[in-house]
Design a protein around this ligand. Structure first.
Ligand code: ADP
Ligand code: TYD
Length: 207
């Protein structure tokens, strides 16, 4: 049986992750004959999707530490119920967001202690690490254009510009970590997909 592979797409809101995730899934299925689990955080299981609704509801009042725990709770369930079984079954998992989101949004964005965030990340994942995390780096100009066509609506997207800037800056830093690679997400959908495929192909060769 083929070995399971865990790929995570990360980056600011509306940087194009879900568009690319769908394209990556069909390429992996058609060109590599792989079984693919396409999933997302917060979400991926019934319980985690329920938590997602609470987290994204603009009517929810959630303090930063409560927010962190809710994301981590959704993550434990997702990891246990979907990711680990899919890895054991030899699938390729493509997840729209994982632990780096908590580091960027709750750590750098909300200002929670980074060590606390990373400790909870480790607990919630049972120390499972993605094989590759791809950070979508979106230039401010391209982001402003997307904001015009589809303004943010959920609770996180409605947070202040300063919060969003902190998150964007954090991703630029986090993209330099081992196991993390950056793509320029300000280009055409096709150009970004080509880049992603090249990096994933390299990973599959190594596995
Ligand atoms: P995310 O999953 O990161 O929130 P989406 O894939 O939903 O991002 O894309 C956000 C919006 O930007 C959508 O309206 C999508 O059609 C559009 N979009 C995605 N990729 C690009 C791109 N490379 N150039 C321009 N617009 C894009
Ligand atoms: P989603 O609509 O999936 O993001 P996107 O707009 O990128 O498609 O919404 C998830 C939101 O939750 C997004 O604003 C990022 C945020 N988030 C955190 O703050 N911490 C986390 O750990 C995760 C997984 C997401």
């Amino acid at each position: 049986m083929k070995k399971g592979v865990f790929i995570v797409l990360e980056g600011p809101d509306r940087s194009g992750k879900s568009t690319q995730a769908e394209l990556l899934k069909s390429w992996l299925e058609k060109e590599h004959g792989r079984k693919v689990l396409l999933t997302r955080e917060p979400g991926g299981t019934y319980l985690s999707e329920q938590i997602r609704k609470i987290l994204l509801d603009p009517k929810s009042h959630i303090e930063p530490m409560t927010e962190l725990f809710l994301y981590e709770t959704a993550r434990i369930k997702h990891t246990l119920e979907r990711i680990i079984p899919a890895l054991k079954a030899g699938k390729v998992i493509v997840s729209d967001r994982y632990t780096l989101s908590s580091t960027a949004y709750q750590g750098y964005g909300r200002g929670l202690d980074l060590k606390t965030v990373e400790t909870l990340n480790r607990i919630a994942t049972l120390d499972l690490k993605p094989d590759l995390t791809i950070v979508f780096d979106i230039p401010d100009k391209a982001f402003a254009q997307r904001e015009k066509t589809r303004p943010g609506r959920d609770r996180i997207e409605r947070a202040s510009d300063a919060f969003r800037r902190r998150v964007n800056r954090a991703y630029k830093l986090l993209a330099k970590r081992p196991g993390v690679t950056r793509v320029d997400a300000g280009r055409s959908i096709e150009a970004i997909q080509d880049d992603i495929r090249a990096r994933v192909a390299r990973l599959l060769r190594k596995k």
